[in-house]
Each structure stands twice: as structure tokens, then as C-alpha cells.
Ligand binder design. Structure first.
Ligand code: CTP
Length: 418
């Protein structure tokens, strides 16, 4: 048995976690004792408890059998359980909460980028396979040692020193997504990647090529969900990490400026990740963009925003021209996704273009003739393509201010109907 740890986080748990989560982990600890298993909180939540940042993402490790444990614990909160027997893991979901339980394991990697080979292990084995010292701590939940911190690699010391440090030199060759993770934690927490770890990142940059586009996309998505994603992207660019996604990607002061402007432009202060992505890709050419979309296997909706952004950008010379008629502006801008307009407004740096985009979004696109297709038929226009054509003409005339009433529309129909 380990000597009792000097550090106990029971107080941090009581002070920082929501009451229902405290209740859940206490009961889960009791259930573990009943099953004669050992249950631990691990990973980000432990790190954030020590940093007094609280949190609600519950990751647990069971020394024993996580699936058996999950089934017992699910009954305590009427949670829905999903089990993955192959991996010895389970997820519980109840209300707005969820918890992941895994069986403590020891891992080895057959080759860089491959998924690890796994066998059951102790909590210490499990912590030893993790990415960074600050993420490789556990808190015991069994009643006898409730709250005790297990910190074999000096995670608490590194939290004090504000350092992101790997546990072993092959960490990034085992899993190069950890390079992105290191930069996320560094920038989010205002830490520094520790000197030796930074050397390893530089040494192992090429290992990013062992990671699939899907997994890299996931890392990029996580970076874009950070409070200040530009910090992560600028650091990634400075280290050559960003360029591994596409060599033409750039993150610099300009990008930082437009990301900040994107936050200012939305009510919640939290722009949609697609908008950030469109700004990041704004300076790519279309062929470069297509290559990136294919490599990252971007979902349709994201790809559409990016393509539309470049399409609207291509119209900038016309959009910036002084005195463009509303009908022309409407024609130029019709049919793109909303995020594409916002991206171009923010990124073009052109007040004239931004003004025309605003005019289109707030006014022009809502303008429609009063008469409907049915009305036109009643006025004697034969059913078929002519109806559509005439309705378009009416809309255009309204946009350009030639007509502004139903009477005007009717006159126009009479003039043009065959
Ligand atoms: N982990 C790891 N290597 C990875 C991914 C995850 O070692 N490539 C471990 C870390 O111990 C991490 C834990 O799994 O703390 C949970 O991963 P995740 O949920 O991605 O990270 P969190 O630490 O919870 O971080 P975040 O605050 O970003 O959610």
C-alpha cells in the first residue's frame, strides 16, 4: 500500500464542484468500496481542481473492471450506460452530466501514430501513459482515502512552475496529437512548454504526418474552441505545427486581429468555429483550400462556409466599387452561407464592402414583391417559367427602387406579360 499522500483535495472538491457532482463522486466512491475496487478521478478535472478552475468533465479510472463499476454507479443517478467491452470503458449520461470510466491500463505503442496496445494495470501504470505531468494526477474516491492526491510525476510542482512537461521522451512519437495538446494547455493556462519538452516537439514535428486527417481536424477544432484560439494558432505557426496541416496556413498579428474582431461582432462573444476557420483559411487560394478540406475531411457544412468565403472574397472588387445599385449588390451576394459574409466583412478590411454586405443582410435580402405567383396567374400570366421570371423582375425593380407599391407591380406585370 502507498504511504498516505500529503495532499488531499476533498476541500477543493467541496468548494469548486457543483453539488450534484460532489454527491455523485461520493456515492461512486462508496460503490467502489462495496465492489472492492479502487476508483479515481483523473486528468483535466484534477488539474483544474488544483488550479481552482473547477470543472464538470468527469474522467474516472477503476483499478479493476470499469464496466462492472459503471453498471453499479449508473443505478445511483439513473444514468444511461454505454459500454465498450473491447476497451474496458464505459460512459454514463444523466441530465446534463456525463462521466467516462476506464479500466486502469498499461499501454505500449507498436508504431508512431498507431492506437496503443493495452493491458490492465494499476492507477500508476495508467498515469504513466498520459501526456503531461499536469494531466497525470489522480484523486482517490474510496472513502478511506477520499480526496488523496496521487501525483507520481510531479504534476503539482509543474502547475506551480506553470510548465507543460511530457512524462517521457517518446511521448510525441507515440502520439503526435499531443503536440497540439501541449500548445492548447500552454496558451489556455498561460504556462510555458518546458525546455526539454519544447525540444522534443521540434524534434518530433514530422511525427504529425503519422496522424490521420480526422484526428488532426479534431485537434484543430479543439484549438478553435479555446477562449483565445489565435494564441494557440500563432504558437503553432511559430513552431511549424500549423504548417503541417497545410504549408500555406499563416497565423500572425493579422489573424489575431480578425479573431478578436469576430468575438466583438457576435453577441455571445463566442464566434462559431466555422467563422474562425473561415478567417484562418481566408488567405488560401481555392486549390490550397480544396487540398486542406480533403486532407482534414472537413464535414460538408464547414467546407461550404470555407468555399463560400473565398467566393464572396472574389467579388470584393465589385463590392467595393462606389455607387453600386442595390440590385447589383443583391446579385453579387445572393445564396452564400451567413458565416461567409461575416468572414469577408471582417477580413477584407474594406469599409465599403462591409457596408454593402450589411445592406444586403439587413435590407436587400428581405425585399420581395407583394404579388405572388398565384396573383400573376390570376392576372393572366400562363403557368410555367414566365411566372418565375416575372417575379424576379418585380423583385429587381423593387430593389432598384423603380417600384414601391402593389399598384406599381401590377402595372409592370401588365406591361411585361406575354
Ligand atoms: N490524454 C493523454 N493523451 C492524449 C489524450 C488524453 O494522455 N493524447 C489523457 C490526459 O491525462 C488527459 C485525459 O486523458 O488529461 C483526458 O483527455 P481530454 O479529455 O482530452 O483532456 P482534459 O485533460 O480533460 O483537457 P481539457 O481541459 O482540454 O478537456
Amino acid at each position: 500500500m502507498n504511504a498516505p499522500s500529503a495532499v488531499n483535495l476533498a476541500g477543493n472538491i467541496e468548494e469548486q464542484l457543483p453539488l450534484d457532482i460532489i454527491d455523485f463522486i461520493r456515492k461512486a466512491g462508496d460503490a467502489a468500496e462495496k465492489q472492492q475496487q479502487r476508483l479515481y478521478l483523473v486528468g483535466g478535472l484534477v488539474r483544474d481542481l488544483l488550479l481552482e478552475r473547477g470543472g464538470t468533465d468527469i474522467d474516472m479510472v477503476v483499478e479493476g473492471d470499469a464496466i462492472r463499476m459503471a453498471q453499479e454507479v449508473a443505478g445511483l443517478v439513473q444514468a444511461k450506460v454505454t459500454v465498450h467491452p473491447r476497451f474496458g470503458t464505459a460512459t454514463l449520461k444523466w441530465g446534463k452530466r456525463s462521466a467516462d470510466l476506464i479500466t486502469a491500463r498499461a499501454e505500449t505503442y507498436a508504431r508512431p501514430g498507431a492506437l496503443p496496445k493495452v493491458k490492465p494495470g494499476t492507477i500508476r501504470d495508467d498515469l504513466a501513459r498520459r501526456d503531461f505531468t499536469i494531466n497525470a494526477m489522480a484523486v482517490e474516491l474510496n472513502p478511506r482515502r477520499y480526496g488523496e492526491l496521487i501525483d507520481p510525476s510531479g504534476g503539482r510542482r509543474d502547475l506551480d512552475k506553470k510548465l507543460v512537461r511530457v512524462l517521457y521522451a517518446k511521448s510525441f512519437t507515440d502520439d503526435a496529437t499531443r503536440i497540439w495538446r501541449a500548445l492548447r494547455y500552454e496558451q489556455r493556462l498561460d504556462f510555458k512548454v518546458e525546455t526539454e519538452t519544447l525540444k522534443l516537439i521540434k524534434r518530433d514535428l514530422s511525427m504529425l504526418a503519422t496522424i490521420s486527417g480526422d484526428r488532426l481536424r479534431h485537434e484543430l477544432e479543439l484549438a478553435l474552441k479555446e477562449e483565445l484560439p489565435e494564441k494557440v494558432l500563432c504558437r503553432a505557426a511559430a513552431l511549424g505545427v500549423l504548417q503541417q496541416l497545410h504549408p500555406a496556413l499563416v497565423a500572425d498579428d493579422w489573424l489575431a486581429g480578425v479573431f478578436a474582431a469576430a468575438r466583438d461582432s457576435c453577441e455571445t462573444g463566442l464566434p462559431h468555429p466555422h467563422l474562425y476557420l473561415a478567417l484562418l483559411c481566408y488567405r488560401l487560394t481555392l486549390p490550397e483550400l480544396e487540398k486542406l478540406i480533403a486532407f482534414l475531411r472537413l464535414p460538408k457544412a464547414a467546407a461550404l462556409v470555407l468555399r463560400d468565403t473565398l467566393a464572396v472574397k472574389a467579388k470584393l472588387p465589385d463590392l467595393e466599387m462606389p455607387g453600386q445599385a442595390p440590385g447589383v449588390i443583391d446579385n453579387l451576394l445572393q445564396g452564400y452561407c451567413p458565416a461567409a459574409y461575416t468572414a469577408v466583412s471582417l477580413a477584407s478590411g474594406s469599409a465599403a464592402a462591409a457596408e454593402n454586405i450589411e445592406l444586403y443582410l439587413n435590407v436587400l435580402r428581405h425585399i420581395n414583391p407583394v404579388l405572388t405567383g398565384e396573383d400573376l396567374k390570376k392576372m393572366g400570366v400562363p403557368a410555367g417559367p414566365q411566372i418565375k421570371m416575372l417575379l424576379q423582375r418585380l423583385r429587381q425593380a423593387r430593389l432598384d427602387g423603380f417600384i414601391d407599391s402593389q399598384k406599381g407591380e401590377e402595372e409592370m406585370v401588365r406591361r411585361f406579360k406575354p
